[in-house]
Design a protein around this ligand. Structure first.
Ligand code: MSP
Length: 509
């Protein structure tokens, strides 16, 4: 039976156009999903949009349309960005879908019936952009009461709501985190969460009064309340699997365990509230919650109010989808902050993609055209190559399983650079000039086969470039039909006709 892999992104708020931060998490999830599929696993890759709550209602109001119309339109922005970035999700969930709404109502009902929810007066300060309620003790400066997460002003509210007590679950959660080292990653985030759990947890308010926030999922036991948007949104990870009876729930949640990829700003919601909600429902926690860093622009987090948002649609249009994917995946180790600038992107494109990868493919195919009549000559891979190939395949697998995607790319580039060096060292043009036909053929064969391996390895990360290299080498069946690691052991067939194309990544000047 094949292994299963379940990976999720956060559900993106539809109040504004997607930006680079959204593209980042989704590209990471896509690379992981593709790698696991390529290794024969049964993959479920979930993404989607978060469509309820005050901020979406406000954005819709500003445009003079209903929240549903607004959300219908805005969720399309995300879908079309994902298409242009080659995102291979299996399910795009929207929190306004009937299936999701039903699950949220069911969960509330279960908790209500078991007496886990209590009613009370809620006094809090609300940050609309973060859709997060803060209590007096959360503010470092009680006079300004700025949101501790985004530093914007908060609004005081006092209302009648339903609460889930978190405190009874705190000791369990601490122990769970301490006994499951890969539950919250990276380690710095695990420590941050353990820090949050040092003092008593205030109850989580899971509803909002309908007369104040009408845009939400109606609570089954109170017609005066809707569901708090975060409580609603987190449940997508279950509703997309047809919880509680769906086969997908068994397969993905129970058997595989979820990998939740998130940004570091939403760690509290995912690593404190979510496991406790699940615990109250007697459902196992996800396998891993990995919080990545932020992309900063000139030292600051991107935000609409600062007007420094990087538009991924424009970047893809100018530089291509693989260039952006490569930059995001390679430039910073997952978990750390990165600095986005066009010059940094261009540097990576020119050095790694145009010079190393593009050049290797272009000059190798040119030599095959010139010295082998555009066909793969006879030959076989060297023993040394086979050993190195196995070692690199292992290194990539280890990197992917530990979510060190930049390391996987570095391992592939070791191979690319070694192939480039072999051209310099073996100087095939000399062999051609001095008439060493056999030696030349055997070198060109090995070179072509090394490039074949590059295409296989690159596919999860740069799917378009990988397919192009594959086609240039003369393969008819798409590269994604080959399963690794076994495909590595099927060398390129001698005699195959190549189809050289223009350079994959022209240098940007
Ligand atoms: N809707 C909630 C998530 C609910 S999940 C059940 C939400 N949405 S969001 O659209 O505001 O943010 C989605 C993700 O984008 C978060 O993981 C956030 O960390 C990420 N990013 C937002 N800005 C970012 C950067 N500048 N850089 C990297 N990622 C960032 O939160």
């Amino acid at each position: 039976m094949s292994e299963s892999f379940y990976v999720t992104t956060p559900l993106y708020y539809v109040n504004a156009q997607p930006h680079l931060g959204h593209a980042y998490t989704t590209v990471i999830a896509d690379a992981l999903a593709r790698w696991h599929r390529q290794h024969g696993e049964s993959v479920f890759f979930l993404t989607g949009t978060d469509e309820h709550g005050e901020k979406i209602a406000q954005a819709a109001h500003a445009q003079g349309v209903s929240p549903q119309t607004f959300a219908d339109r805005a969720s399309q922005w995300f879908r079309s960005l994902w298409a242009s970035l080659g995102i291979s999700y299996d399910r795009f969930i929207r929190t306004t879908e009937p299936q999701h709404v039903e699950v949220v109502r069911k969960v509330l009902e279960v908790l209500h019936n078991q007496g886990a929810l209590r009613r009370g007066t809620y006094i809090f300060w609300y940050c609309v952009p973060c859709e997060t309620a803060w209590s007096e003790s959360d503010f470092p400066d009680p006079h300004t009461r700025l949101c501790p997460s985004c530093q914007r002003p908060t609004d005081r509210a006092e209302e009648d709501d339903y609460f889930l007590d978190l405190e009874p679950h705190r000791a369990w959660l601490i122990e769970y985190i301490e006994t499951h080292p890969s539950f919250i990653l990276p380690v710095s985030r695990r420590n941050e969460v353990l820090g949050m759990l040092k003092k008593a947890l205030p109850p989580l308010c899971v509803t909002r009064p309908k007369d104040r926030v009408p845009w939400g999922i109606e609570v089954p036991f109170s017609s005066k309340h809707v569901t708090y948007v975060w409580f609603d949104a987190l449940l997508n990870y279950l509703s997309a699997l047809d919880w509680p009876d769906g086969a997908a729930f068994q397969e993905c949640w129970q058997k595989a365990g979820a990998i939740h990829l998130i940004g570091k700003d939403i760690i509290r919601h995912h690593a404190v509230y979510w496991p406790i909600i699940l615990h109250a429902l007697k459902i196992e926690p996800p396998k891993t919650i990995f919080a990545h860093g932020w992309w900063l622009v000139e030292g600051e987090k991107m935000s609409k109010s600062k007007g420094n948002m990087v538009d991924p649609v424009a970047v893809v249009k100018t530089y291509g989808m693989d260039a952006l994917r490569y930059f995001l995946l390679r430039d910073v180790p997952l978990g750390e902050d990165g600095i986005f600038s066009e010059s940094a992107l261009i540097r990576r494109i020119n050095a790694d993609l145009a010079n190393d990868l593009g050049n290797l493919v272009y000059r190798s195919l040119s030599m095959l055209e010139k010295h082998a009549h555009g066909r793969i000559p006879s030959g076989r891979p060297s023993e040394e190559d086979r050993h190195r190939m196995d070692a690199i395949e292992h290194a990539i697998a280890l990197a992917i399983r530990t979510l060190a995607i930049d390391e996987a790319l570095k391992a592939i580039w070791d191979w690319v650079n070694q192939a480039n060096r072999s051209i310099e060292e073996e100087a095939p043009w000399e062999l051609a000039r001095s008439g060493h036909k056999e030696k030349l053929d055997s070198f060109l064969y090995r070179l072509a086969d090394r490039i074949r391996v590059v295409a296989l390895w690159l596919w999860p990360f740069l799917p378009k470039a990988a397919q192009s290299i594959w086609e240039q080498l003369g393969f008819e069946i798409p590269v994604d039909r080959s399963l690794l690691p076994s495909a590595l052991d099927h060398p390129i067939p001698p005699g195959q006709k190549i189809r050289k194309a223009p350079p994959l990544f022209p240098r940007i000047v």
